[in-house]
Design a protein around this ligand. Structure first.
Ligand SMILES: [Zn+2]
Length: 488
């Protein structure tokens, strides 16, 4: 009976967020608990397990899963400990069982404070344990595809949708690739074209944008006779590491020449349209004007403080602008602020308290805002996201100042969907303005209830205005930070 070992390590790093993601921020699962918790979720691991369940005689052996909300770089010791524990859990199984194949579920855009390629480091150690067995990895399309990762993975399987809706299908694709490799009939030929290109903006939305056209070319390749995997990894533009760039990835069975031709064709397409891959932002004042002229809900996308991209989540820029304006209808604003939560809890539900909001994690960018608020409700912070996975914001409070409700959490969360609000008693549809901390991932959750969407131009460590960020490590020149002449 073939044994397939699998493990997960995911976090997305924003290098310009000064608040580190330490070991304690990784939610961990071990052994069979991983199967129990992931069964029935809309995740890569669930898709992978469902395909494997259809095959007779395959034994899945889960070892360790570690995942954190996106955030700052991981301190060296914390990263070493995490990788050591994952590798040790895999080595323990490998010492007692023959391992026939490995599936690694990765995000791909992690960065340590001193390590630019944590996934490559993990894979190197995993290879040391399992040797030369078939190894497939699924990755986010924001992954930074490093040379080391490409060397160590037999077939890389990236997401195809942005906003990400195909995690489950990506797990299925990874499982099917691994089964083909285990049969021994395929010889994967991986080709990448490296593009010095950082991308933002609405044209990345795969259902409607130019990037979607490139992805559909990839899907045609995957559907062809020798196609194994194809994608365009755009990197997380805020993970400032040397290999940050856009990569076109093609994996074909045995046909390197065709894979090279495909990769060049799609790379040319991306490069020709590079001017389109810039975000169009509007000022916060103009955004409030849009909301004023809108009857229903206007969603404000605070991409600059997107916890989903790795920002700190303690920006109060939009909150300040709302207070300054004469906007009177109901607004909902999330913020990460542990001291404010503690103060509100000490005051108690129904009380009124003076506290400061914002600027506790990224004080170089945001200055605290003093405010008198009503403490509406308090929560223990446990809830479930739309994909079925648990979220935990530490203690959570809902505060009110005039027409503004403020969801304050102790620990960073994905402020992307509706459930992060609704689970804490705030139904987004009841508000005139809802602030999400997400550049585009929120769209599938809000399109049905939003009358308008504004990409708000405020400061932050994940600003879509890339020229505003202090890049140090990314290889230059790179578009749009620099002018680049390129022949593909
Ligand atoms: Zn992503």
């Amino acid at each position: 009976m073939p044994n397939i070992l699998f493990a997960e390590m995911r976090q997305e790093t924003a290098s310009f967020n000064p608040f580190p993601t330490d070991y304690s921020m990784f939610r961990q699962m071990h052994g069979l608990q991983i199967i129990e918790k992931y069964q029935g979720t809309k995740t890569e691991i669930s898709g992978f397990m469902d395909v494997m369940a259809e095959k007779e005689g395959i034994q899945l052996i889960p070892t360790m899963s570690a995942a954190s909300v996106s955030g700052g770089a991981i301190p060296t010791e914390d990263l070493q400990r995490l990788i050591n524990e994952i590798v040790t859990s895999m080595a323990a199984v490998a010492s007692e069982n023959k391992i026939d194949a490995v599936y690694m579920c990765l995000h791909g855009a992690m960065a340590g404070e001193t390590e630019g390629d944590p996934e490559g480091l993990l894979l190197d150690r995993v290879r040391g344990v399992v040797g030369d067995v078939p190894l497939v990895a699924s990755i986010d399309l924001h992954a930074i595809l490093t040379d080391r990762m490409l060397e160590l993975i037999d077939v890389v399987v990236p997401f195809h949708t942005y906003p990400h809706m195909d995690q489950y299908e990506t797990g299925q694709r990874a499982a099917n690739c691994l089964l083909k490799l285990m049969d021994g009939h395929v010889k994967p030929e991986t080709v990448t074209v490296k593009l010095p290109l950082l991308v933002r903006g609405d044209e990345l939305i795969t259902a409607t944008g130019k990037y979607g056209e490139a992805i559909r070319m990839c899907q045609e390749i995957e559907a062809s006779e020798t196609g194994l995997s194809a994608g365009v990894n755009i990197g997380n533009a805020f993970t400032d590491v040397p290999e940050l760039r856009t990569n076109v990835l093609i994996v074909r069975d045995g046909d390197r020449t065709q894979a090279e031709e495909d990769a060049r064709r799609i790379a040319r397409f991306m490069w020709e349209h590079r001017e389109l891959f810039k975000a169009e932002l509007i000022s916060v004042e103009a955004s409030i004007d849009v909301a004023r002229q809108t009857n229903g809900l206007t969603v404000f996308s605070d991409a600059a403080d997107a916890t989903a991209s790795g920002a700190s989540g303690d920006s109060n820029e939009i909150l300040k602008a709302l207070l300054k304006s004469d906007f009177e209808r109901k607004c909902l604003v999330p913020i990460v602020d542990q001291p404010a939560v503690e103060k509100a809890i000490a005051c108690g539900e129904g009380g009124r308290v003076k506290l400061t909001l914002g600027g506790t994690l990224d004080p170089g960018r945001f200055t605290p805002l003093e405010l008198e608020v009503d403490v509406l409700r308090t929560y223990d912070g446990h809830f479930a996201y739309e994909n079925g996975l648990p979220g935990f914001g530490g203690q959570v409070v809902i505060l009110r100042h005039q027409n503004i409700d403020i969801l304050v959490v102790e620990r960073s969360l994905f402020f992307v969907g509706q459930k992060v609000f609704a689970s804490h008693g705030c139904e987004p549809a009841d508000y005139a303005i809802v602030v999400v901390k997400s550049p585009n991932g929120f769209r599938p959750y809000y399109e049905a209830i939003a009358s308008q969407i504004c990409a708000v131009d405020v400061i932050g460590s994940t600003s879509a205005n890339l020229n505003s960020l202090p890049f140090k490590n990314v290889a230059r020149p790179i578009f749009p930070l620099d002018e680049v002449n390129l022949e593909i």
